[in-house]
Write a protein that binds this ligand. Structure first.
Ligand code: BGC
Ligand code: NOJ
Length: 814
């Protein structure tokens, strides 16, 4: 069962019915102003921080599920019939509904009683505003006299406060209406120097800014009083709920079309120049007016939309693959890369499952996300790395999160997630391999944002390693702290109090529980740092890190192996977790994938055994589960993991984030068929045909698919903001297709299915365009290469002489 189709040429997913199983969404904006938009125009907008600068309201977990949005109403003034072209909120039966989600824009269009209404929503590059361009067309035979109403509900900036502090907020709301532009200025009179505006390109027949006047009392958004009667009330909000609604009359002859543009935006004024005239309470509009005027011009809107398309052509053009598999092509060339940019911009803050209130930017999340977007926006990746590192503590530990607006570590969540600092090394290594920008290692970076505490970034990475080594447990494995990658394996929090945080309530001394996962991550990070040290001519440090990695590997072999697979951890009483000795949770995915990915046990067969066990105990047709058997009850000593019903989330759900660890591990053993098989099981496009089961968007990864113990096995949840995006992109592009940046150049090491006759990749790397075509000659993964027609030994393409900007590489797989 499908709800739409991929239009790969346009880089769009076209949804053909509004009642998708869940809201299928898209993101608007790629710099500072952002919006979420569903296929029925639900969603909201914010400036930089979804909590602290929320422009419009959205009602999470509402019924209907998706509510609050950028709704427009069309009304036939002769009959009084009105409808929403995006289906919500009136839910009329539309003819020819479609929602085209594209790269940074969505076009929602429908026809109703011979009126075609199509709205293009996007955020122009470089601007803090969004454009809604509505095109109305009369497809009938008689002239139609129509009314068009726009609507947004303003959020009073702090989304948390907005949804809780009603005793105050019902009295603070303020607007100004000036020449048809609605300005939302709640709290501008006191400490804010920002406001929102909502403008329209046409002469207005009226407006409304007070929600309950526009809707009428006891009425909802499905039949606003103003729309029903066909005329706005010209209401002015004082307190209660400020909204923005314009009313425009449009008369259309048969075949005639009209464009109406709405612009919703955010603007800041200098603190000492907020009012005009000075001393008044009226917003100074001198700098905002030109911006508004500019985007009410259809020619400017068209040009801005073209530049947005061009921006994505360029970003996506950096890596393009042609393989025999359309699902791989589509995800690699379009959607997976696009999703990686969403995770870069949002981390885990604002989606239809993340309320924009709870979380800032995660340290481990953002450092891993780098793997997926570093090639697209290297300069912004550099800035992100330096911002993250500046929240690191002198101990080498890291704040688990920081707030994007302040770029400061978040004290509510604090530190002591013991895997966090090591991911910094993984992220910086990816950046160095991509860019060759070794100078970043010398950039002075503060600790805990304290001026005067700067050391070179390289020392931050050294302290990351030290942090682990300073915290070893009874088996000399790393202590786990509050949690490692698996936030829900809480071995130092024995919580019996409902509502207590499993992560931040720590009531064990933390000196016993150890993580085999962190050990694997340490081996990878320490070897990586050794490579980096070598290239900085720090031979003795390099040796030291290699030795530390070697020792840790030995420790894993001695105390982290269960006979058939890698153990997961030791709990607070020193008991094994993820062992055949356990009653439940005998085997976990994290250590099987990550230890092998780090190179542990490849030479001696442990790796092969571990991956065999994954296939045997964890793999399902919907993907690889996190652990088995699922925990059937709550375990005080394990924490949140056992709080989920079996099959969901970390309790034996298919956690898509670490499936690619296993894919990469399989490629390390040369198993291209198996790696690609696992890849396809969770590939959203490959699952499109089972949309009724999968339920989430078929164009982006979800964090989780319900595991076999769940009654809804195969159902996805928490789409968009997940490390799954970066890791899958990394696995398919760098390990399966095998086009991999390394310090010295571009490595070609494909491990693809044995049935593939070949594939090609065009990749921009350090300013050079590489066109690589791979042809299978034998069954194996051995590479024979020729560069620009000349045979070449080895599989690392060196940088061409300066001045050469394109290189063509032919590869035979033997
Ligand atoms: C979720 C985890 C998430 C954590 C963040 C938990 O409830 O299950 O996936 O990492 O919250 O704090
Ligand atoms: C989601 C979190 O964002 C991520 O940091 C964590 O690793 C996974 N959940 C697993 O718990």
């Amino acid at each position: 069962m499908k709800y739409g189709f991929f239009d790969d040429k346009q880089r769009e997913y076209v949804i053909t019915r509004p009642d998708t199983p869940l809201p299928w969404i898209n993101y608007l904006g790629c710099e500072a102003y952002f919006g979420l938009i569903s296929n029925t125009a639900g969603g909201y907008s914010f400036y930089r921080d979804a909590r602290l600068r929320r422009l419009t309201r959205y009602r999470y977990n509402n019924a209907p599920f998706d509510f609050g949005g950028r709704y427009i109403y069309v009304r036939d003034n002769d009959t009084g019939r009105f409808w929403s072209p995006s289906w919500e909120p009136t839910q009329d039966k539309l003819e020819k509904y479609s929602c085209r989600h594209g790269m940074g824009y969505s076009i929602i269009g429908s026809t109703f009683e011979r009126i075609r209404a199509e709205t293009l929503y996007f955020v122009p590059l470089g601007e803090n505003l969004e454009v809604w361009q509505v095109t109305l067309t009369n497809e009938g035979k008689k002239t139609r006299r129509l009314s068009l109403f726009s609507s947004v509900e303003f959020c009073l900036w702090d989304a948390q406060d907005d949804s809780t502090n009603f005793q105050r907020n019902f009295s603070t709301g303020q607007v100004e209406i000036d020449r048809g532009v609605i300005y939302h200025k709640t709290e501008y009179r006191e400490r804010r120097n920002h406001f929102a505006y909502f403008a329209c390109s046409e002469k207005l027949a009226g407006y409304d800014t007070q929600r309950d006047v526009f809707l009428g009392s006891y009425r909802g958004w499905d039949r606003p009083a103003a729309v029903v009667r066909g005329r706005s009330f010209n209401s002015v909000a004082n307190g209660w709920a400020p909204i923005g609604s314009h009313h425009v009359r449009v008369s259309l002859k048969p075949g005639e079309s009209r464009r109406v543009i709405f612009v919703l935006g955010y603007h800041e004024n200098p603190v000492d120049d907020k009012f005009d005239p000075p001393g008044s309470q009226t917003i100074n509009k001198r700098t905002v007016k030109p911006v508004i005027a500019k985007y009410l011009d259809p020619a400017v809107v068209s040009a801005a939309f073209e530049s947005l398309r061009g921006y994505w052509d360029r970003l996506l053009g950096l890596y393009q693959a042609k393989t025999p598999d359309q699902h791989a092509n589509r995800m690699v060339n379009i959607w997976n890369a696009y999703q990686c940019m969403a995770t870069f911009n949002m981390s885990r803050s604002a989606s239809f499952y993340e309320s924009g209130i709870g979380r800032g930017l995660g340290f481990r999340d953002s450092t891993q996300d780098l793997l997926g977007f570093v090639h697209m926006v290297p300069e912004r990746a550099r800035e992100r790395i330096l911002d993250l590192a500046a929240t690191q503590l002198e101990s080498g530990g890291a704040y688990h999160q920081y707030q994007p607006l302040t770029k400061r570590g978040n004290n509510d969540v604090g530190s002591n997630f013991n895997d966090d600092p090591l991911w910094l090394i993984v992220g910086v290594a990816a950046y160095l391999k991509e860019t060759g920008d070794w100078a970043i290692l010398d950039a002075p970076v503060q600790y805990d944002n304290r001026p005067g505490s700067e050391t070179p970034l390289f020392e931050h990475m050294q302290r990351s390693l030290r942090y682990t080594l300073d915290r070893l447990g009874p088996h000399k494995l790393p202590l786990i702290g509050r949690a490692d990658w698996n936030d829900c394996l809480n071995l130092n929090c024995f919580s019996e109090t409902p509502g207590e945080s499993f992560q931040t309530t720590t009531n064990k001394d933390g000196k016993v529980a150890e993580s085999v996962f962190i050990a694997g991550l340490f081996v990878l990070a320490a070897r990586e740092l050794a490579e980096i040290a070598l290239r900085r001519r720090l031979a003795s440090e390099a040796g030291e890190y290699r030795d530390a990695a070697g020792r840790m590997e030995e420790t894993v072999r001695a105390h982290g192996w269960d006979g058939q697979w890698f153990l997961r951890a030791y709990d607070d009483s020193g008991k094994k977790i993820g062992s055949r000795e356990c009653e439940e949770g005998k085997i976990f995915i994290e250590t099987q994938g990550f230890c092998v990915l780090a190179g542990i046990g490849i030479a001696d067969g442990m790796a092969r055994k571990a991956l065999h066990a994954v296939g045997e105990h964890l793999a399902t047709r919907h993907g690889i589960m996190l652990q088995q058997p699922a925990f059937s009850k709550y375990y005080l000593n394990l924490g949140e993991i056992s709080s989920y019903p079996p099959g969901y989330k970390e309790n034996a759900g298919i956690f898509c984030h670490n499936n690619p660890w296993v894919m990469i591990a399989e490629t390390m053993l040369g198993e291209g068929d198996r790696a690609f098989d696992y890849y396809l099981r969770i590939n959203p496009s490959a699952r499109e045909k089972i949309s009724a089961v999968h339920r989430c968007e078929p164009y982006v990864y979800a964090q989780m698919i319900a595991g076999k113990d769940a009654p809804t096995h195969g159902e996805a949840k928490n789409s968009w903001l997940t490390g799954t995006a970066a890791w899958n992109y990394y696995a398919i592009t760098q390990f399966i297709l095998g086009i991999r940046p390394i310090y010295e150049g571009l490595m070609v090491a494909p491990v693809v299915p044995s049935t593939w006759k070949g594939f090609s990749v065009s990749r921009l790397f350090r300013g050079v365009r590489y066109d690589i075509s791979v042809v299978r000659q034998g069954k194996g993964n051995r590479v024979a290469m020729s560069i620009d027609g000349k045979g070449f030994a080895g599989n690392v393409i060196p940088a061409p002489p300066s001045g050469v900007t394109s290189v063509s590489v032919r590869v035979e797989l033997r």
